[in-house]
Write a protein that binds this ligand. Structure first.
Ligand SMILES: Cc1cc2nc3c(=O)[nH]c(=O)nc-3n(C[C@H](O)[C@H](O)[C@H](O)COP(=O)(O)OP(=O)(O)OC[C@H]3O[C@@H](n4cnc5c(N)ncnc54)[C@H](O)[C@@H]3O)c2cc1C
Ligand SMILES: NC(=O)c1ccc[n+]([C@@H]2O[C@H](COP(=O)([O-])OP(=O)(O)OC[C@H]3O[C@@H](n4cnc5c(N)ncnc54)[C@H](OP(=O)(O)O)[C@@H]3O)[C@@H](O)[C@H]2O)c1
Length: 277
């Protein structure tokens, strides 16, 4: 049974009618690695709470936690959470976990972070983490949204990162951004899986093609995107990390696949984990 602390919301920002981010206080006991997720939710009273898995979007060195959220139509949590205001409380589980972690990637020269929609959340933590720039010479953030508004949170994270006195210079030198949208006109229109399949990511950025000997990859998005990206990477000779503690050429969030796709015996446990109680 997960245990929770009650954290105070310190800021809320709405990016569109379906996306918002919020910050909360952080228990001094909470330790996590960039890329991990926790359960976040609301106390409904009378012993009831509604909790869902959320990637921590802020880096481990910050005093507060940041989360980036969808507003799912009729979603038990987000139809309520979208109205949260500074000063109110949310529940945050005490044991972060997850497989989108640097330690499960083999050593490499370049790191590609492939995200659709709110899948940018774990990468918002990673691109603000010094470890990433120490471990990789180059970091390429490939992010896709339906519309330009879907890119606004990522734009803001990148903007403040590039002007940050702490990591700004490293990010300017080592971090490349590859944004795209699918449902309106923009400088780059199309799904990120197409750009992966055609090799456009590297040709457009003027960098060498993907190479399993030196490139490492993290993927976060919906189930079909994960499956298609995996197929493309496997065909190029990349090997996925099979689980926590066993490094590979690329990682995905296995808890997400198990919760949504139900491929493993852990399915039932994870379904419980993300449910209403
Ligand atoms: C490991 C893990 C990490 C996650 N991290 C995040 C995160 O950082 N930010 C976030 O917004 N969500 C994240 N999710 C999804 C999140 O747990 C909830 O599903 C989401 O907050 C909606 O909750 P709900 O109760 O309102 O609706 P649910 O009943 O949980 O979902 C209703 C429907 O909405 C759609 N949906 C749910 N989440 C999303 C999403 N993020 N983007 C697009 N469609 C969605 C799905 O079709 C789903 O069936 C994560 C899920 C997992 C398993
Ligand atoms: N740690 C984690 O595991 C974690 C963290 C955060 C979020 N998530 C998950 O990430 C997912 C985000 O949803 P979403 O990306 O579907 O959001 P979305 O807002 O519905 O779509 C975002 C973009 O992804 C594109 N897309 C849809 N299917 C695709 C596919 N098969 N291949 C490539 N691109 C595709 C969409 O293109 P179209 O316009 O053409 O549809 C759109 O441009 C959710 O399922 C959420 O739960 C997981």
């Amino acid at each position: 049974m997960a245990t929770y602390t009650s954290e105070r919301v310190t800021a809320v920002q709405h990016w569109s009618e379906r996306l918002f981010s919020f910050r909360t206080t952080r228990s001094t006991a909470l330790r996590f690695e960039s890329g991990q997720f926790v359960m976040v939710g609301l106390d409904l009273g009378e012993g009831q709470k509604v909790v869902r898995a959320y990637s921590i979007a802020s880096p481990p060195y910050e005093d507060e936690l940041e989360f980036y959220s969808i507003i799912a139509p009729n979603g038990p949590l987000t139809t309520r959470l979208q109205h949260v205001k500074p000063g109110e409380s949310v529940l945050v589980s005490t044991k972060p976990t997850g497989t989108l972690v640097l330690r499960d990637l083999r050593p490499g020269r370049r790191l590609f972070l492939l995200a659709t929609g709110t899948g940018i959340a774990p990468f918002a933590a990673l691109i603000r983490d010094l470890d990433v720039y120490e471990r990789f010479e180059q970091v390429v953030l490939v992010r896709g949204g339906r519309t330009c508004k879907d890119l606004a949170y990522g734009d803001a994270v990148l903007g403040s990162l590039r002007s940050s006195p702490y990591l700004g210079e490293l990010a300017q030198r080592q971090l490349l951004d590859y944004p795209s949208v699918t449902r309106e006109s923009f400088a780059r229109v199309g799904r990120i899986t197409r750009f992966l399949a055609t090799g456009a990511i590297c040709t457009d950025l003027g960098i060498a093609p993907l190479d399993p000997r030196s490139d490492r990859i993290m993927i976060c998005g919906n189930m079909r995107m994960l499956a298609q990206a995996r197929e493309l990477l496997d065909a190029l000779g990349f090997e996925m990390s099979p689980g926590i503690g066993v490094p590979g050429d690329y990682v995905i969030e296995r808890a997400f696949v198990e919760a949504v796709g139900g491929r493993t015996p852990e399915k039932a446990r994870t379904r419980q984990l993300v449910g209403v109680s």
